[in-house]
Design a protein around this ligand. Structure first.
Ligand code: PXP
Length: 238
């Protein structure tokens, strides 16, 4: 069974809607760990639209499991990673205008810049994972890059509109996971996984870790409404 790591970005998204202090993603991370999460993931984006530098620093101090910093391969982010020292760094592509990470990292054509970048981060004792599409060439390039891990992008599988398309995407993920593992890379998977589509991916033997955010935070908001309303009624009635 793969480990579940929880991405807390969207707790920060709710907080940033008011630029206030609640809900605090640091508290959410602690609660996720108490519930059994074996890792916490935070994506510090260049535009700081959700997770803030302060969150990352506090998460570093409080996360008891493994803190995975998702980031773009930029000089600024490398400096932050080397300062904060997360347990793992996941390199993702990042576009300012995107709603979420849209595709996997382009490794094949960027090997020359990625190799020294990864070497520097791993040289500081932080293993690097590359978030890549289920593509043979990207996986082979990931191996050449020196990264120790890959995270296979499950977005196309999650967003497939027909069963046939979903089956095809699943087969690609399966083949990619097997290839990566055969090359000695450790394998994770994530993006768009939810309560309806996760099980098939979780059963892939080579997948050691699932990284899930939006669906868990969405469900937390809904299953928590009953209690939250009752708490407010009790105060109003008091
Ligand atoms: N893995 C990576 C590399 C991501 O960028 C994201 C989204 O931030 C996730 C996993 C989690 O995706 P989701 O929020 O759709 O579960």
């Amino acid at each position: 069974m793969p480990r579940l790591s929880v991405n807390i970005d969207h707790i920060a998204t709710i907080r940033q809607a008011r630029r206030g202090t609640e809900p605090d993603p640091v508290t959410a991370a602690a609660l996720a760990e108490l519930a059994g999460a074996e890792g916490i993931i935070a994506h510090l984006r260049e535009d700081r639209r959700h997770v803030q530098d302060r969150d990352l620093r506090l998460l570093r101090q409080t996360v008891q499991t493994r803190l995975n910093l998702e980031m773009a391969a930029t000089e600024e982010m490398q400096r932050i990673a080397l300062e904060v020292k997360p347990d793992i760094v996941t390199l993702v592509p990042e576009k300012r205008e995107e709603l979420t990470t849209e595709g996997g990292l382009e490794v094949v054509t960027r090997l020359e810049t990625l190799q020294p970048f990864i070497g520097r981060v791993q040289g500081a004792g932080i293993p690097v994972s590359l978030f890549i599409d289920s593509d043979e060439q990207q996986i082979a390039a990931a191996k050449k890059s020196g990264a120790l891990l890959v995270e296979i992008h499950t977005g196309a599988y999650a967003n497939a509109r027909t069963e046939k398309a979903r089956d095809e995407e699943f087969e690609k993920i399966l083949a990619a996971a097997r290839l990566a593992a055969s090359l000695g890379l450790r394998v994770g998977a994530g993006h768009g996984l939810n309560y309806a589509n996760v099980q098939r991916i979780a059963r892939i033997e080579e997948v050691e870790e699932l990284n899930i955010g939006h669906s868990i935070i969405s469900r937390a908001a809904l299953v928590g409404i009953d209690r939250a309303v009752q708490d407010m009624i009790a105060l109003v009635a008091d």
